[in-house]
Design a protein around this ligand. Structure first.
Ligand SMILES: *[C@@H]1O[C@H](CO)[C@@H](O)[C@H](O)[C@H]1NC(C)=O
Ligand SMILES: *[C@@H]1O[C@H](CO)[C@@H](O)[C@H](O)[C@H]1NC(C)=O
Ligand SMILES: *[C@@H]1O[C@H](CO)[C@@H](O)[C@H](O)[C@H]1NC(C)=O
Ligand SMILES: *[C@@H]1O[C@H](CO)[C@@H](O)[C@H](O)[C@H]1NC(C)=O
Length: 737
């Protein structure tokens, strides 16, 4: 879409052949035209000439940040709760589309009909023992004094777990701490039988889907998950250090963290292939048959508040739980159970096809329109979504406003920039996954990078990026250009580097980069400002604009800082003649992971040499292409011959495609959607390994079974990763063997 330049459209009436009017008036108007045109042209050249190097626009981009813009977008997006599949979220989609269209970017909306999940009926009651009278829990998050959103809170979806099994269970309770496998092993060692019981576990570092999966594996008939006041809560007591929202940042006693229990990514009815819009024909699995699938939790489960969790714990008997399992100050003594208290729990879910909408804006590249730099954030929220995810949406729209200002000053990106607002991320990364599956071959051959921001701001704590390692250098360089919003005498780089490590990896899923990097092999990053621990109202009713204004980002400077670094990275990827990727760091990261898994494999009868060898090859190839790039930049920087252009394109293709080489057609064993052999969420939570999910999983099995086949299988997985790494060096070298 061509933008007007230098305000030319305002003066359009002057362009009607003035001489044709004749007479003095016409002549005067013509002279005025000439003068105005000359003045415009002069000021235009002074401001930014058409041939201004991209770096001047990038510097300008950094000066255009506006906290008022970010705040206004956030407020508008969070007036109502907007869970995926609802009318309120369709209105939010239209808000984002209209905001992007008002900046004169071409927009489009891509709908899919997908399986979402809502609560139809919930009840939970507690009795002191079998046959005794039971007391129901209200299961309601209370609004706070002065809550400006109290009325809209009635629209919040009742607390639940999406895709929970439906059913009724009345059984004794067992307390399972944070719900790790080792917690169940401990219960078994203490002789506490979980089979057929209702497990009570508390949120900690496990995702709720893993917690419910572990409970089911231990034989539990149902799972109740609560937020312990020790980890998330505040107090209303006078002089308390940690105050509950709205007086402090902490979760109020009735606050509940909701979530999803679906174990896969994307629409559950279309695993591995794209869904389609309502009324269109596409293959779907039968909803009723999904219940028995591995990816579904299979048992009824419900998240509850700290207050309800404590009420249940108070009624429990059995042995006293170990010190690490206990609560904070003022909490009752936690016991393991079982019982004698009984929980009577019913959950009926409504898993139903509903329409979701991805919204896009496209800024077409001038020289390489067929190369894509993709910026994305999801829009759907469990409640008001002020931090998760609309702090990211506000930052993304703030970037869009700055890009539109650059366009008015003559900037056009070299490559195409695509801005994406995803839907139904909270349910299973559904919007981004369906779109990536539908466009897989286009993305695999054309996407330079995917730059995700889900939550842009948690609170204080500095910039926290995670990325595939060829982006590290670019992240560091860009973060040096942006002042730290909390400490303006330093930069985001200074606030990032003290973290260990300063840049983490895109191994865990949990947000929309998964389809891009783990399914397709597109270099990806994700970033936010601040620490998760600063945001205890996560996925609760209290994730609203007031919380952001008081605690998350009072002056919206953190939003603007994230928008600056996120946008600058996008601009450099879109405009730099040679894509600013550096694979040398990738090789050293891989060597670290290789040493790490080898260290954990003492006594294993396998060889890691193929892996080490492939990584050395990758390192050499990375050094070679880095030199080649420097040479090209030094020798030919001002040439614009066809030969030079093709050479640049060729080296860029190698840089772009090397990441794809880490993917494998078959994918991980038993998890075919995960094609990337370096980064994926591990099915072994307990290992703490950062990479090589296939090797880690095979190593775990081999250590447990210690059979010849299991060791051969581990060796096979090591070879498989080594081959992927070797493929990447062939791509970087750009030579057939
Ligand atoms: C399930 O949800 C859909 C969409 O909100 C609704 O139309 C339908 O009536 C619900 N069914 C039940 C049984 O609650
Ligand atoms: C559980 O509660 C339901 C009502 O919600 C009641 O009908 C049922 O009898 C209760 N079951 C037990 C075993 O207490
Ligand atoms: C934006 O920043 C300025 C300067 O710090 C501040 O005065 C203003 O209140 C901020 N705006 C918002 C909406 O927070
Ligand atoms: C596996 O079994 C062999 C005997 O077959 C034994 O020598 C070895 O220590 C075992 N290794 C592990 C890791 O348990």
């Amino acid at each position: 879409m061509a933008m007007s330049r230098g305000g030319g459209d305002k003066d359009e009436p002057l362009l009607h052949s003035p001489a044709a009017n004749g007479g003095r008036a016409g002549r005067r108007r013509f002279l005025t035209f000439v003068a105005v045109a000359a003045a415009l042209l002069a000021s235009y050249h002074l401001l930014l000439a058409p041939a201004a190097p991209a770096s001047r626009y990038h510097a300008l981009f950094l000066t255009l940040g506006s906290n008022a813009t970010a705040a206004a977008h956030l407020r508008a997006l969070t007036l109502r709760p907007h869970v995926a599949g609802t009318e309120a979220n369709a209105a939010a989609a239209e808000y984002v589309r209209a905001a992007l269209a008002s900046l004169a970017f071409p927009t489009r909306v891509v709908p899919y009909s997908v399986l979402l999940s809502y609560p139809a009926h919930r009840s939970l009651s507690l009795s002191a023992g079998p046959g005794l009278a039971s007391r129901p829990f209200p299961l309601v998050q209370e609004t706070y004094p002065g809550d400006p959103y109290a009325e809209a809170a009635a629209e919040v979806v009742p607390t639940y777990f999406a895709y929970s099994g439906s059913g009724s269970v009345a059984a004794e309770v067992v307390y399972a701490n944070y719900g790790h496998n080792e917690d169940y092993a401990y219960l078994a060692a203490r002789g506490v039988d979980v089979a057929g019981k209702v497990v009570l576990a508390r949120y900690g570092d496990l995702h709720c889907e893993d917690m419910v999966r572990n409970a089911r594996a231990a034989g539990a008939a149902a799972a109740i998950v609560y937020t312990d006041a020790k980890d998330f809560g505040g107090s209303s007591a006078k002089g308390a250090k940690r105050k509950s929202f709205p007086d402090g940042r902490w979760l109020p006693p009735t606050g509940v963290q909701v979530g999803t229990l679906y174990y896969g990514n994307g629409d559950p009815t279309t695993p591995l292939w794209p869904s389609c819009a309502a009324g269109d024909d596409c293959e779907r699995l039968i909803v009723e048959e999904l219940d028995g699938s591995e990816a579904m939790p299979g048992i009824p489960a419900l998240p509850v508040s700290a207050r309800d969790g404590e009420t249940i714990l108070k009624a429990m008997g059995g042995d006293v739980a170990p010190p690490k399992w206990q609560g904070g100050e003022g909490a009752p003594v936690y016991r393991l159970g079982p019982g004698p208290s009984v929980l009577n729990f019913t959950y009926i879910g409504n898993d139903t096809l509903a329409t979701i909408e991805n919204v896009f804006a496209v800024i077409e590249g001038k020289e390489e329109p067929d190369r894509y730099v993709i910026i994305g954030n999801h829009r759907d929220a469990w409640t008001f979504g002020a931090i998760d995810p609309n702090s990211g949406t506000a930052a993304m729209l703030e970037i869009a406003e700055r890009l539109s200002k650059l366009q008015k000053r003559g900037w056009r990106p070299r490559r195409t920039i695509i801005i994406c607002s995803w839907d139904a991320e909270e349910f299973a990364l559904i919007g981004s996954t369906e779109w990536a599956e539908e466009n897989i071959d286009m993305l695999a051959s054309r996407a330079i990078a995917y730059l995700n921001v889900d939550i842009s701001v948690f609170g204080p704590g500095g910039l926290m990026p995670r990325a595939t390692p060829q982006l590290d250098e670019l992240i560091k360089e860009a973060s040096k250009m942006v002042p730290d919003p909390d400490e303006p005498s330093q930069t985001l780089y200074d606030s990032m580097m003290p973290h260990h490590p300063p840049i983490t990896r895109v191994a865990g899923a949990g947000t929309d980069f998964a389809a891009f990097v783990q399914h397709i092999g597109v270099p990806s990053l994700d970033m936010s400002y601040g620490l998760f621990e600063e945001y205890p109202v996560y996925h609760s009713l209290y994730d609203d604009y007031v919380w952001v204004e008081r605690f998350g980002d009072p002056l919206f400077h953190r939003h603007v800082a994230v928008a600056s670094v996120w946008g600058l990275i996008a601009l450099k990827l879109a405009d730099d003649e040679i894509i600013p990727f550096n694979y040398i760091n990738y090789a050293s990261e891989l060597e670290e992971y290789a040493k790490d898994v080898e260290d954990k494999c003492t006594g294993c009868s396998v060889s890691f040499s193929p892996l080490h060898k492939s990584i050395r090859q990758l390192e050499s190839a990375a050094i070679r292409i880095h030199r080649e790039k420097k040479l090209l930049q030094a020798e030919n920087w001002n040439l614009n011959t066809k030969q030079y252009t093709l050479k640049v394109r060729e080296i860029n293709d190698r840089l772009m495609m090397a990441e794809r080489a880490f993917t494998n057609r078959e994918g991980l064993v038993g998890r075919p959607w995960y094609k990337h052999l370096i980064y994926a969420s591990s099915d072994q939570d307990d290992w703490g390994t950062k990479a090589f999910p296939g090797i880690v999983s095979a190593m775990d099995k081999a250590k447990k079974s210690n059979t010849t086949e299991s060791w051969r299988f581990l060796q096979h997985e090591i070879y498989r990763v080594a081959r992927a790494v070797s493929k990447a060096s062939v791509v970087l070298d750009g030579r057939l063997t």
